[in-house]
Design a binder for this molecule. Structure first.
Ligand SMILES: [Zn+2]
Length: 306
């Protein structure tokens, strides 16, 4: 793929809606629906390996280059947050082993949201580990159907993945505890109906840091919020999610896409000995939320004018 094509893919699929609109808009004013071949190339570009790394405390990155998977280790076994695509499960397995841990010690598999690039590997990972799959009720439904009937306008062939059954459903504020680590679920619907943000405390250089594993609040290109939305109630859900995220205590934040939290750049700074850890970034978190809110409000305005 040419670099110009690669840039266009990122413009259409990754950048905030306002940027997409500036670059390419449909006559109705919303970006065009993502097209299969372009979306597939984008997804494929995220599947390359990257060395597994410890990020902070007992939190490790074991994902592919573009799609996060976090391993949270404890003396009583481990928790895996996001399994990437079905095809990237062997890569995650290798990453866990390279760090000196055993995949068989993974006790819980959690998800940020039930799209093919984050929970597509749940079924294979469960076969490998025997771990319990933990999910919100709404994402458990999507997971059970293998993502096939998601409201997203992305091509269905691309959004479907091997179905998996949740063993445990979490509601707002419920927690998963293992070996002295507690991860709390915050339901943050919008990007999917069951998108879930997880929080925990981590010890970093003798300081307790509040960690947020952000789900996603981007509006998938071409999604209508107001005019005949495929997801009725989506506007209220986005508003409530934004308010909830703004109120979360946060020192360190991670996201389902490594690029979104500038992982490589922050790791390079960490290696140079920067203190406190460059992952301590509450200002970056607030900036991300402010940009997301702006995009949301801009799209509402745009749809109101149609
Ligand atoms: Zn998604």
């Amino acid at each position: 793929m040419s670099s110009a094509e690669l840039i266009r893919l990122f413009v259409v699929c990754l950048l905030p809606p306002a940027t997409v609109r500036a670059a390419e808009t449909s006559p109705a004013g919303l970006p065009p629906p993502p097209e299969f071949a372009a979306s597939k190339r984008l997804f494929d570009s995220w599947k390359a390996p990257v060395p597994p790394r410890r990020l902070v405390g007992n939190i490790h990155y074991v994902g592919a280059i573009g799609i996060s998977s976090f391993l949270i280790t404890t003396p009583a076994g481990h928790i895996l947050l996001d399994t990437g695509f079905d095809e990237t499960v062997p890569l995650i397995q290798r990453g866990v082993e390279q760090l000196g841990f055993k995949v068989g010690d993974i006790k819980f598999i959690l998800g940020s949201h039930a799209h093919a690039d984050h929970t597509g590997g749940h079924a294979a990972m469960q076969r490998l580990t025997g771990a319990q799959i933990v999910s919100s009720a709404a994402d458990a439904q999507l997971l059970a159907r293998g993502g096939a009937d998601d409201y997203s306008p992305y091509p269905k062939e691309l959004m479907s993945y091997p179905p998996a059954k949740a063993d445990r459903i979490v509601r707002e504020g419920e927690a998963i505890s293992l070996g002295g680590v507690t991860l709390t679920a915050h339901l943050t619907p919008g990007h999917t109906r069951g998108a879930t943000t997880w929080t925990m405390d981590v010890s970093d250089a003798a300081t307790t840091r509040r960690v947020v594993f952000f789900s996603s609040i981007s509006i998938v290109p071409s999604t209508s919020l107001v005019l005949r939305p495929a997801y009725p109630g989506i506007v209220d859900d986005y508003r409530a999610t934004l308010a909830k995220l703004k109120a979360l205590p946060c020192d360190i934040w991670f996201s389902p896409l490594g690029g979104q939290f500038a992982m490589m750049e922050k790791l390079a700074r960490l290696e140079r000995g920067e203190q406190p850890s460059p992952f301590v970034d509450p200002a970056g978190w607030q900036k991300l939320l402010a940009a997301a809110e702006q995009d949301f409000l801009r799209q509402l305005e745009l749809e109101a004018r149609r």
